[in-house]
Design a protein around this ligand. Structure first.
Ligand code: SF4
Length: 348
């Protein structure tokens, strides 16, 4: 019988037959390409990431190109992926690497983890997958596999539970074939040891898995207590000229949709009407706002009431955030949140 912590052989054998092969970032797994893919894969499924990764790498084939690009361009290629701080951090990290590390990502997980947006697990994944270095990862998928296999109860965000899982992650990481092992345990969590209804009968770890033996797969890992999600209501003014162009303003870099372009946003219909009357030439505002659009963020739900105004452009000089007229027929390369793209399409 194998030692319980010696899960690598079973995972390596399973991966050879059932793991995910041929993903674009697995071809030529340079630290830069692995880094981009790992950041995109946080919060996002592989199937969605594929097209985004190809476009991003084609436009920014190396770290220097990414560091030198306009932020609008970076956010443009991230539009629709969500969690835009990931894109802003990627570029900030690239700029820091150019300024302080001679343009090369540090070849050391601890130094990588000091860069914006790169945590301990992502740093380890970059080193393990690109260089085969023995570095333990603990992303959401791996956490779930280890918690179940070793019957680690408790909420995984608790410090003591985290520490226990990190120790287990380290002891399970083998001395060789680290890149394949790392991919294997991530793949197992993503495709077999899934959150709901894990596929235990086809799992290579089923024999010694504590959660399976005790029938507690559905209780481990323990669910995080959920905060009540608030609703935030806003009015977005869709000011449109006859040529189809729509007024957008750039949001501040911090906060939700930071650095992205959105229609002007107001707390009430009255405020939006006042803006249209005083700032837009010949504005005719529709009497009612259109169908409410809802968008879920991690901590709150945004309820957008779109108010359409036809106009003939500016009424004098603007102050406030940067603004532009965005024409969907010949779009500028900007970052637009997915709900804003949908709103613009709905009036085009
Ligand atoms: S046996 Fe089931 S619960 Fe245990 S690691 Fe495999 S899929 Fe997960």
């Amino acid at each position: 019988m194998t030692h319980k912590a010696d899960i690598a052989p079973a995972l390596l054998a399973w991966h050879a037959r059932h793991g995910r092969h041929g993903l674009p970032w697995q071809r030529d797994p340079t630290p830069y390409r692995v880094w981009i893919s790992e950041i995109m894969l946080q919060q996002t499924q592989v199937a969605t990431v594929l097209a985004y990764f190809e476009r991003f790498i084609t436009r920014f084939p190396d770290l220097q190109t990414l560091a030198a690009a306009p932020l609008d361009e970076v956010l443009h290629l991230w539009s629709g992926l969500g969690y835009y701080s990931r894109a802003r951090n990627l570029q900030r990290a690239a700029q820091l690497v150019v300024a302080e590390h001679g343009g090369e990502l540090p070849a050391d997980a601890a130094a990588l983890a000091t860069l914006p947006g790169i945590g301990r697990s992502t740093a380890a994944a970059i080193r393990a997958l690109s260089a085969g270095e023995r570095a333990a990862i603990l992303d959401g998928n791996v956490r779930r596999v280890l918690a179940r296999y070793f019957s680690v109860t408790g909420v995984t965000t608790q410090r003591a539970v985290q520490e226990r899982l990190w120790k287990l992650a380290e002891s399970c990481t083998p001395g060789r074939d680290v890149a394949v092992y790392t991919q294997a345990i991530m793949d197992l969590g993503a495709t077999v040891c899934v959150r709901r209804r894990p596929l235990c009968p086809v799992c290579p770890l089923q024999q010694d898995c504590g959660a399976r033996r005790s029938g507690r797969q559905h209780e481990i890992p323990a669910a995080r207590p959920r905060a009540v999600r608030r609703t935030r209501s806003v009015v977005m003014l869709l000011a449109r000229q006859d040529d189809g162009s729509v007024l957008l303003e750039r949001r501040a870099e911090r906060g939700v949709w930071g650095g992205l372009w959105c229609p002007p946003q107001f707390p009430s219909v009255e405020a939006a009407r006042l803006f249209a009357k005083t700032r837009l030439r010949g504005a005719e505002v529709e009497p009612e706002s259109r169908t409410i659009l809802r968008h879920a963020f991690t901590h709150f739900e945004l309820e957008i009431s779109p108010l359409l105004a036809r106009c003939a452009g500016w009424n004098g000089v603007m102050d406030g955030p940067p603004v532009l007229w965005y024409n969907p027929a010949s779009p500028q390369r900007l970052g637009l949140p997915a709900p804003v793209t949908a709103l613009i399409q709905s009036i085009s």
